[in-house]
Design a protein around this ligand. Structure first.
Ligand SMILES: Cc1cc2nc3c(=O)[nH]c(=O)nc-3n(C[C@H](O)[C@H](O)[C@H](O)COP(=O)(O)OP(=O)(O)OC[C@H]3O[C@@H](n4cnc5c(N)ncnc54)[C@H](O)[C@@H]3O)c2cc1C
Length: 450
């Protein structure tokens, strides 16, 4: 298919790279501009987390361009949460039904495969070390500074996509150039730091491979996701200031004492803990909500540029990939009428972007606190049992968000809130439910509230 329209994509991160493939498959001439050097040629970090959780929405986006199976090959299935209590005891909490899992994948691994696929198409060019300084959406002009030569240049195209992440230059230009642009950006009081668990002497995993490990400690937590080389990438989420905080851990002795007290079972697995802690940066966690997402029928924001969210539902990338799927469907639906495509794109996706942002913040409390709470664990068991009995009547919120791309995030959030209310009522109203929940009384109590 050929198409005379030219498209500029700002940012060759996860979403920009996938989007460029979708657009190129439709025949558009796509030029991608990425501020960083080519990560396939230079050993460099892909930014943010080393690995991330890929679930069904994201896989749907990858399958749509035929690269899903290739990514599945470099993914490690995680069937549930493996909880590490402070006293060293552990328990496993499945994510869903048997056979349902999320996938741990390398961020750089997916990004590089997407770039390879994009560049294998004759109508895509990725231009590296090109820093976007501004986008004029009325004229379709994007301005760049080359990071090496420092030379400035402009590109005119029919359409521009801002996929340049949470601190998007495309979004900033749109904000400065348009009246009534709604914008809200807020940070959590918690930041994060990545740490490392190496593989065993023969390359083996030193903890359960097929799980997402969590050390919940109420106000803070550490998690670990497996990598295909037998290592785990750990992320410590903790306040910047206060009692248990990054601000309070200043010396090597502080690191040792803090880990000995709070994560004793992890210490033997982390021989480079102190060096990693002192060396690795502490990063912040931002949420961005804005509107509109499209401007003058020429510029659209997509991925984190439109909806940066905190990582606790493992959905930021998945949501960005879903943006690409929705946009692609709308191009079909509106037969390339870009006014209609852009309008419906933002009307459909904005409520979902807001919903997943809220869900992500809510899930932080669930992960760092509730996963260690007996009442919460009981609730999950009751929900799993009831939804097994009445799959047409009850879908747990985690299942809707993670495994059901056919259910919009905004609907999942709404139904999840209703589920929560019902469960609170039922659990409070039936004495002794913790001893036996698989009863007709519990079933009827839930059914009567649906
Ligand atoms: C700690 C952490 C863990 C996470 N874990 C998960 C997870 O498990 N699952 C999940 O789905 N999501 C996760 N996320 C979210 C996920 O990382 C993002 O949602 C995803 O990276 C968004 O992709 P993007 O392409 O929109 O933005 P980005 O990945 O940020 O890519 C933006 C690209 O644009 C480039 N760029 C930026 N500015 C410019 C400019 N001015 N000019 C040119 N290029 C520019 C950048 O270099 C980058 O390549 C996590 C995030 C964090 C911080």
């Amino acid at each position: 298919m050929s198409n005379s329209k030219s498209i500029t994509v700002v940012g060759a991160g996860l979403v920009g790279s996938l989007l460029s493939i979708y657009l190129a498959k439709r025949g558009y001439n796509v030029n991608v501009y990425e501020r960083r050097a080519d990560m396939r040629k230079n050993k460099m970090s892909a930014g943010k987390s080393i690995n991330l959780a890929l679930s069904d929405r994201g896989l749907r986006g990858l399958d749509g361009v035929g690269i899903g199976d290739e990514i599945r090959k470099i993914a490690i299935p995680m069937h549930g949460r493996f909880i590490h209590a402070q006293d060293g005891s552990t328990n496993f909490q499945p994510y869903g039904k048997k056979g349902q899992f999320i996938n741990s994948v390398s961020r750089a691994g997916i990004n590089m495969k997407l770039m390879d696929l994009a560049e294998s198409m004759s109508n895509v060019k990725i231009n590296f070390s090109e820093f976007c300084t501004a986008v004029d959406s009325r004229k379709g002009i994007s301005k760049f500074t080359n990071e090496n030569s420092k030379e400035e240049h402009s590109v005119t195209s029919d359409l521009v996509f801002g996929s340049d992440g949470a601190f998007s230059a495309a979004r900033l230009s749109a904000m400065l150039g348009h009246d009534r642009f709604e914008y809200r950006q807020f940070y959590l009081e918690h930041g994060y730091k990545e740490l490392h668990i190496p593989s065993g002497p023969n390359g083996e995993f030193l903890m359960e491979k097929n799980a997402l490990h969590i050390w919940p400690r109420k106000d803070f937590m550490m998690i670990a996701l497996p990598n295909i080389d037998g290592t785990f990438t750990c992320t410590l989420f903790m306040r910047f200031e206060g009692e248990n905080s990054f601000g309070n851990i200043k010396t090597k002795e502080d690191v040792k004492a803090f880990f000995e007290k709070t994560f004793p079972d992890a210490i033997p697995l982390m021989p480079t803990l102190i060096e990693d802690y002192m060396h690795n940066p502490t990063a912040s966690l931002v949420t961005v909500k804005c509107f509109p997402w499209t401007f003058d029928d020429k510029l659209a924001l997509i991925g984190d540029a439109a909806h940066a969210i905190v990582p606790f539902y493992g959905q930021g990338m998945n949501c960005g990939f879903e943006d690409c799927v929705v946009l692609n469907e709308l191009i079909d639906k509106h037969k390339e009428n870009w006014h209609d495509i852009m309008e419906e794109y933002q009307q459909l996706r904005k409520p979902d972007g807001d919903a997943v942002a809220d869900l992500a913040i809510g899930n932080f409390v669930e992960m760092r606190d509730k996963t260690a709470d007996a009442k919460f664990i009981l609730q999950k068991k009751i929900e799993a049992w009831f939804s097994e009995k009445h799959p047409d009547k009850w879908i747990p919120q985690y299942t809707m968000v993670t495994y059901r791309p056919d259910i919009r995030y905004s609907i999942a959030k709404e139904r999840g809130m209703r589920n929560e209310q019902i469960m609170q009522e039922v659990m409070a109203g039936i004495p002794g439910i913790e001893n036996n929940f698989q009863t007709e009384e519990v079933e009827k109590a839930i059914l009567s509230r649906i």
